[in-house]
Design a protein around this ligand. Sequence first.
Ligand code: EPU
Length: 430
Amino acid sequence: MDKFVIRGGKPLFGELEVSGAKNAAVAIIPAAILVDGVCRIENIPMVSDVIIQMEILRELGAGVRVLNPTTIEIDSRGLRSWTAVSDLNRKMRASYYLIGAFLGRFGQAEVAMPGGCNFGGVRPIDQHMKGFEALGAKMDIRNGIVYAQTQGGLTGSNVYLDVASVGATINIMLAACLSQGQTVIENAAKEPHIVDLANFLNSMGADIMGAGTDMIKIRGVSTLAGGTYSIIPDQIEAGTYLAAVAATGGSVVVKNVIPKHLDCITVKLAELGAEIEEQGDSIRITRQGPIRKIQVKTLPYPGFPTDMQPQLAAVLCMAEGTSVITEGVWENRFRYADELRRMGAHIQVDGKVAVVEGVPKLTGAPVRASDLRAGAALVIAGLAAEGVTEIEGIGYIQRGYENLVEKLRRMGADIQQITEEELPPIAKAN
Ligand code: EPU
């Protein structure tokens, strides 16, 4: 029941270090199941989704050692089971990467259907199933468990994805790298973490070409050996802090980023009035003048990321004029709009489109995060708003943002995490 309490209205100044990419880490950790050796993985973000993913591997019998706050070692050689049906698996989306990893290693899998952020719509896995079937697995879903079986392993094949799904692309890559023959994924997703997973697997001895384009070729190899790999910086974490500065005003250097991965975000922040300056592996953002209205549509990479859509909406709440946001990836990802309205925002949502009529200022209010990025949007709104914002549901935010409070405080934000015991008695009534 912890909350964030933010006293907003202060511009942000200074610098911050971006952590490793959560969505790469939650793919690379299960990928270590395929490796016949010790994988040392650096630049790990210690967020709750990653901690759960590490715990799942430990439960399965893998050796998982935390060497320091950003480096872990995984040794899956002793792992003998392809069954992962514990409650932990239902807690996060990326647990479904175990299906691809188990299929690749054992030729079979039994994995609980994944949980994860719920944006209010369905999160289908038909493209994953289609991919595994193309590689020769017999797939079935019964009582909330995905069953996959083969006669002696997978055989490479061509898979055309009907939607460029990040999860399906990753899962098929995992399944295919130890299969017989060649697999080609067409209409593959191109997100930076897909390239990162391919680089990790290649550094362990896999033969994957074309990651980052819409056609990925995977030639099966007989074994992968251990090694050391460093995860890329988190594009969305960096984007979130850039958006926070765009909202509050001020000037911050965001360090340890790959600016190319951020182009799709910084171009929009520049359009709404922020000054963006690339400095090697850092980006300085400055926003002094008014926030301008813009139009934006989320699309698969290199389009504007859906995982930045709520945070951008929070900024646009204070723009001069009316902005239009179209969600092009998920069915429904505007559940945060009700919460922003409590803070004085004028947002109308109709299906996949949100119309945001800018107001001169937001005002603090008690609000609740409904998912990870919705939570990030509320933090941004709270930082910019006049008065006190209390955010509940921060467990969602902690799935994906490492040391958020410390990072923001170092830039001058007045944000605290408080537990219920620290609340005045009146707050405990009812
Ligand atoms: N889709 C299908 N069938 C499938 C899979 C996906 O129709 O079998 C559809 C989805 O319904 C959606 C679209 O394809 O409309 C894209 O889904 P995708 O599979 O790409 O999403 P995902 O792999 O489940 C990852 C990220 C999400 C991010 C999306 C889109 C991870 C662990 N999650 O999800 O990240 O929104 O890609 O970029 O990598 C987040 O970090 O906050 C987050 C939700």
